[in-house]
Design a protein around this ligand. Structure first.
Ligand code: NAD
Ligand code: UDP
Length: 313
């Protein structure tokens, strides 16, 4: 039975990945300090021998025997990662270093969850993997995007020095069941606001764009990547681009068309990227992967999930 070590396993993507691996009847060791993750995301397998949960801060080295590593531990929401930027940078850099050292020691494959944030506020659109990005190294998002950039560097230096078997996905905005309702990302915020009959809060003028991938599609993509022989970074995301205003309107129409949409100022200091959309030609060619779930279907599934799981207190 394959033993998967999943860091960040109680979080949004990690718990969806663990569900996928257990369904394939594989064993999972989840490593998480639960800073943004929620153990309830894994409660279904509480007494299942295929899942072991270890509470651990990834900043500190650890030795665990496994057949492969899925390294996802790192806060991902701007609202959260900006709260303690030094800890975010340490988690991202030292966490990746510790997991690469473990992969090298055990001679096993390691998947690293990188991000579209490494492209910063992109000057090229859509973003191809060959684009080096436009990142403000001293801005308030730098603790996340710069530490994710150095994490990719570390992966490549391990590959060059020790031939470590790396896989790197540049993940674009993903949404779906098991997102934390207070995590601050736009889709969870809008859905929770709508279900609580509160106005939707758009930051800035709402003309900034993002491309949103439903979590099931993403999990299939990262599994295909893990099984492939491709070690260079690859974009995984949905290439359909929407303004935040369009997303607000869709969620309002699907929940409560009477809802007000409010605008909150967004200062330049936020370094909020103006637009983002993946070029996924490489993923189509190398992995034979593309998203299959439309934004309408994905939002509808996510709204249904939040309806059942939201804390209305
Ligand atoms: P999340 O916040 O839900 O999950 C992150 C997990 O990492 C949580 O369970 C958290 O408790 C854990 N963690 C954080 N710091 C830790 C530490 N020091 N030690 C151990 N565990 C720690 O976020 P997510 O959306 O599931 O993101 C998972 C990964 O995917 C992250 O690395 C993120 O950068 C990347 N990613 C996500 C998206 C997205 O849209 N969801 C996009 C791009 C990249
Ligand atoms: N956003 C918004 N209202 C919210 C949360 C986010 O208008 O309640 C905007 C945010 O300013 C950004 C976009 O939505 O332009 C996506 O934000 P998110 O935090 O989800 O992801 P990221 O900025 O990392 O892409």
């Amino acid at each position: 039975m394959t033993i998967n070590l999943v860091t960040g396993g109680t979080g949004f993507l990690g718990s969806n990945l663990i569900e996928h691996l257990i369904k394939k009847n594989q064993k999972v060791i989840c490593l998480d300090n639960n800073i943004t993750g929620n153990i309830n995301n894994l409660k279904k397998w509480k007494n299942d021998k295929r899942l072991e949960i270890i509470e651990h801060d990834i900043v500190d080295p650890i030795f665990i025997k496994a057949d492969r590593i899925w390294h996802l531990a790192c806060p991902a929401s701007p609202k959260i990662y900006k709260l303690d930027p030094i800890k975010t940078a340490k988690t991202s850099f030292l966490g990746t270093l510790n997991m690469l050292e473990l992969a090298e020691k055990l001679n096993i494959k390691i998947f690293h969850a990188s991000t579209s944030e490494i492209y910063g506020n992109p000057r090229e659109h859509p973003q191809q993997e060959s684009y080096w990005g436009s990142v403000n190294p001293i801005g308030i998002r730098a603790c996340y995007n710069e530490s994710k950039r150095i994490s990719e560097t570390l992966c490549f230096d391990f590959k060059r020095m020790f031939n470590t078997n790396i896989r790197i996905a540049r993940i674009f905005n993903t949404y779906g069941p098991k997102m934390d309702q207070d995590d601050g990302r736009v889709i969870s915020n809008f859905i929770v606001q709508a279900l609580k009959s509160k106005p939707l809060k758009v930051y800035g003028n709402g003309n900034q764009t993002r491309s949103f991938c439903y979590v099931k599609d993403l999990i299939i993509g990262i599994n295909k990547l893990m099984e492939s022989n491709y070690y260079a970074p690859i974009n995984l995301g949905n290439p359909e681009e929407f303004t935040i205003n369009q997303i607000a309107k869709m969620i309002r129409d699907m929940t409560n068309p009477e809802l007000e949409v409010l605008y909150e100022p967004l200062s330049l200091e936020n370094d909020d990227p103006e637009r983002r959309m993946p070029d996924i030609k490489l993923a189509k060619k190398i992995l034979d992967w593309k998203p299959t779930i439309s934004i309408k279907d994905g939002l509808s599934k996510t709204i249904n999930w939040f309806r059942k799981n939201i804390d209305f207190e």
